[in-house]
Design a protein around this ligand. Structure first.
Ligand SMILES: *[C@@H]1O[C@H](CO)[C@@H](O)[C@H](O)[C@H]1NC(C)=O
Ligand SMILES: *[C@@H]1O[C@H](CO)[C@@H](O)[C@H](O)[C@H]1NC(C)=O
Ligand SMILES: *[C@@H]1O[C@H](CO)[C@@H](O)[C@H](O)[C@H]1NC(C)=O
Ligand SMILES: *[C@@H]1O[C@H](CO)[C@@H](O)[C@H](O)[C@H]1NC(C)=O
Length: 539
């Protein structure tokens, strides 16, 4: 086909595409203007500085529909550079909009940047939050929900309503003071409290007899939580975009950075009930309660308060293994046909990532395979695009652990577009870890005790493991994931434990194809901010 022929074809496809989207009235454009400012809130009874988005703490709930085109202008009125990241939104071909230091120049104070991205087929509950410095400790986070277009069936009846519950540990200390503690080489103290939706007391009004969806996200900095509702069972329906086998649970563990959606039927006598979240695996247990208020309630909360499970890590692993993909549900899948037999593909590469907590230069740092990441002066994605050498090296970090002295470096692991890979998170420390990968969801195929070896693969779930964007790793244990690298870009692989990430426990997965092709990856956005060694480049 000649160039003209190709142009005609592209034009015809575009016309058809816009016509079909007009007919359906979907693939909408949604415009937002968000301003980040400081404000004051008193979640623990004493006024403290928080980060507001459009005057709200937590930030506004971002309700989107699959295929929505989001145009979101973020105005930074803080005194530090800012980026928001869309935790779990896959940003197909578009790491340009991921909102982390490796892909975007941070938005300087008193300026703005317009994010442009499309939500794909990933119906579920997500969050957004600042990826910059320790700002997440002060707010700036919110719920991000992706609903199904009317033409896409979901495997549960439409609930009477839905509530987002952002649960997270919290400090009375400001984010800049917390940052100073970390910069000085020390760890953060234990948090002061656990909050639900930025409050220590909140209330949800519901109608007896109806079924509601509760979207529970752990937006905290360091602690896993357990979640439960007095007198009610929870039916798990969705985990980070996976429609799961719909088991009933009394309590659920949700680790840092993770989200789950449950359905709750209000089938109890009309009174008020407690909603409880508590920290998991901590010596000191912090609790947060909210009220589930039946609108026809005749009495306040009473009766026994449900306990957190007595079992600790073993209990939690057993529960984690009950989260299974619903293989017959016709919904979000890595490929549209839902016939992706991930267990039958042999990975072309195994990456083993061991976390550690070394002291480097007299300061507390955190590392992966002995490398403690430092952000470069120029986003990695811009360095790649403009062919700026010297920003990162593809050999700074190795793809498996080795002995030697830990060091500071910009950590980028090279992979190729369309590889199918296995990543093992090896946790030899005695604390809970949580790992998140941007740009993807991945199959969580196994959790095991001790050191992972090739033989550990025999225990993998190769049939109905769920896909998600964040996996927990238990102490002195490993977690294994499989990832289909179908999304070109520069993607942040990070500890969701915020102190660890801030002090170096993160890296970038460069999913690369040497031939530039806008069918694989979008061109640099025309409003891209330029910084570091990319200043003054033309694009
Ligand atoms: C900043 O906002 C203005 C509209 O107020 C918009 O035209 C401009 O593109 C935005 N800047 C960036 C870098 O997105
Ligand atoms: C899986 O999804 C199907 C289709 O919506 C539904 O009928 C079925 O009950 C679900 N199975 C389980 C075990 O949750
Ligand atoms: C939280 O609740 C548990 C009981 O469920 C209790 O043992 C613990 O002391 C409580 N923590 C605080 C800080 O009140
Ligand atoms: C970067 O290098 C590649 C390969 O040599 C080339 O195709 C591309 O045009 C270069 N990009 C810029 C912005 O110079």
């Amino acid at each position: 086909m000649g160039k003209m022929g190709l142009r005609c074809l592209v034009f015809a496809v575009l016309v058809l595409w816009s016509f079909s989207s007009m007919v359906k009235g979907e693939d909408d454009y949604k415009y937002f203007t968000w301003t980040a400012t400081y404000g004051t809130a008193s979640p623990l009874g004493v006024p403290q500085q928080v980060i507001l988005i459009n005057g709200q703490f937590p930030g506004p709930r971002l309700d989107l529909v699959t295929n929505d085109n989001v145009i979101l202008n973020l105005i930074n009125k803080l005194d530090q550079p800012l980026l928001l990241t869309w935790n779990g939104i896959k940003q197909r071909k578009n790491s340009w909009q991921d909102g982390v230091f490796g892909t975007n120049c941070p938005i300087p104070p008193n300026t703005n940047y317009t994010y442009k991205f499309q939500t794909k087929d990933q119906i579920g509950s997500y969050t957004y939050f600042p990826s910059t410095f320790m700002q997440k400790a002060a707010g700036g986070f919110g719920a991000l929900n992706v609903y199904a277009r009317s033409v896409i069936p979901v495997p549960y009846p439409k609930p009477a309503g839905d509530f987002s519950l952002l649960v997270g540990d919290w400090y009375k200390t400001s984010h800049t003071a917390l940052q100073q503690i970390l910069d000085s080489g020390k760890s953060l103290p234990f948090p002061d409290a656990l909050l639900i939706n930025g409050q220590s007391q909140s209330s949800f009004s519901v109608n007896q007899g109806n079924t509601y969806m509760f979207r529970i996200s752990n937006v905290g900095l360091s602690t896993s939580i357990n979640f439960r509702i007095q007198g009610h069972k929870m039916k798990l329906v969705e985990v980070e975009g996976s429609h799961v086998v719909q088991n009933m649970y009394d309590t659920l563990d949700v680790h840092v950075g993770q989200s789950v959606s449950v359905l709750v039927t209000l089938d109890q006598p009309p009174k008020d009930y407690l909603i409880i979240a508590s920290t998991r695996f901590t010596g000191n247990v912090l609790n947060s309660t909210s009220v589930l208020h039946y609108i026809n309630s005749v009495s306040p909360v009473s009766g026994p308060i449900p306990d957190a499970p007595a079992g600790q890590f073993d209990w939690s692993i057993v529960q984690a293994r009950t989260f299974r993909w619903n293989l017959t549900a016709n919904a979000a899948r890595p490929n549209p046909q839902g016939s992706f037999h991930y267990g039958k593909i042999t990975p072309s590469m195994t990456i083993v990532l061991a976390n550690s907590a070394p002291i480097i230069g007299g300061k507390q740092r955190y590392a992966v395979n002995r490398v403690s990441h430092i952000d470069p002066d120029t986003p990695l994605k811009l360095a790649d695009y403009f062919n700026i050498t010297g920003v990162f090296s593809l050999t700074a970090i190795q793809s498996s652990p080795s002995d030697g002295t830990p060091s500071l470096a910009t950590a980028v692991l090279p992979t190729s577009l369309h590889q199918f890979i296995e990543i093992v998170f090896q946790n030899d420390e005695d604390t809970m870890q949580s790992w998140h990968l941007d740009g993807y969801d991945f199959w969580v195929v196994g959790f095991g005790l001790g050191k992972w070896t090739g033989a550990s693969r025999e225990s993998y779930n190769l049939v109905d493991a769920l896909t998600r964007h964040t996996t927990q790793v238990y102490p002195k244990s490993w977690s294994a994931i499989l990832v289909s690298l179908d999304n070109q870009g520069m993607w942040n692989l990070r500890s969701a434990i915020w102190e660890r990430r801030y002090l170096g426990q993160q890296l970038y997965l460069r999913v690369y194809n040497p031939i530039q092709n806008f069918a694989n990856e979008y061109d640099i956005p025309n409003n891209a901010l330029l910084c570091g060694r990319a200043v003054g480049r033309r694009h």
